[in-house]
Design a protein around this ligand. Structure first.
Ligand SMILES: NC(=O)c1ccc[n+]([C@@H]2O[C@H](COP(=O)([O-])OP(=O)(O)OC[C@H]3O[C@@H](n4cnc5c(N)ncnc54)[C@H](OP(=O)(O)O)[C@@H]3O)[C@@H](O)[C@H]2O)c1
Length: 213
């Protein structure tokens, strides 16, 4: 499968390497090619392009841009993203406070805003509430008994992304929260995630659902 990764920060690079090592074709975007030249040199076979080239290349696109920049980053890619799956793992965090953008909580979310911006694109929210290393290797926690949430309007696309999570990254439990309004819950986990991170000093954790047997 061909993946286009928009954004070449920690998350974009981590996903690119994991996808490429699993045998996928991968292009990573940078607005300044020199900024990822050394990464491309160190990872022969991974391609680089500008954001539009990357969105055109991929069959599945992954939004790895900062949440507050995502709408501006994705709008120019609208035609390249037409009817494609867009995995959105961004968080609408305002720094340095690391608070959620007030206009993207409770009755809205960044995932929904992206879906409204790109109505013909199949936006699937997932992976936003774990550290990049865990996204691509959930077994790093020493167990697979923890859950990855997913939401999106298109059932078939959600199924394809679920298969990617399980077959490529090794997730065992993928919990479907329903349509893209589920992104509200996924993004609003971030204050809890950040507080746990602050208290434990480690990003090596995730959430699980414990049900009565
Ligand atoms: N870090 C984590 O472990 C983690 C975990 C879960 C979710 N997330 C979410 O994942 C996203 C990426 O996180 P990160 O830590 O990788 O961020 P980052 O290091 O800041 O990288 C973001 C990348 O986005 C690109 N970018 C910025 N503005 C852009 C624009 N207008 N158009 C196109 N590309 C643009 C930049 O690449 P170029 O300058 O090269 O174009 C930049 O390298 C965020 O939304 C974050 O909340 C992160």
């Amino acid at each position: 499968m061909k993946f286009g990764i928009i954004g070449s920060g920690d998350v974009g690079k981590t996903l690119a390497v994991a996808l490429f090592q699993s045998g996928q074709q991968v292009m990573v975007s940078s607005r300044a090619p020199e900024a990822i030249a050394s990464f491309i040199d160190e990872n022969p076979g991974i391609l680089s392009g500008n954001p539009f080239e990357t969105a055109s290349f991929g069959e599945v696109i992954i939004n790895c841009t900062p949440g507050l920049k995502s709408l501006d980053a994705l709008l120019p890619l609208k035609h390249a993203l037409y009817e494609k799956i867009l995995i959105d793992l961004s968080n609408p965090l305002v720094f340095p406070e690391a608070t959620l953008l007030p206009s993207a909580v409770n009755t809205d979310s960044l995932g929904e805003q992206i879906q409204r911006l790109l109505p013909e694109t199949r936006v699937i929210k997932t992976l936003n509430n774990v550290n990049a290393k865990i996204m691509v290797n959930p077994e790093l926690l020493g167990t697979l008994d923890h859950v990855m949430f997913i939401s999106g309007n298109n059932f078939l696309s959600k199924q394809i992304v679920t298969d990617i999570l399980k077959d490529i990254f090794g997730w065992k439990h993928v919990f479907d929260l329903g349509d893209i309004t589920g992104a509200r819950a996924q993004e609003m986990l971030l204050p809890l995630w950040l507080r746990i991170f602050e208290k434990t000093g480690s990003a090596a954790f995730n959430f699980n659902i414990v049900k009565k047997a």
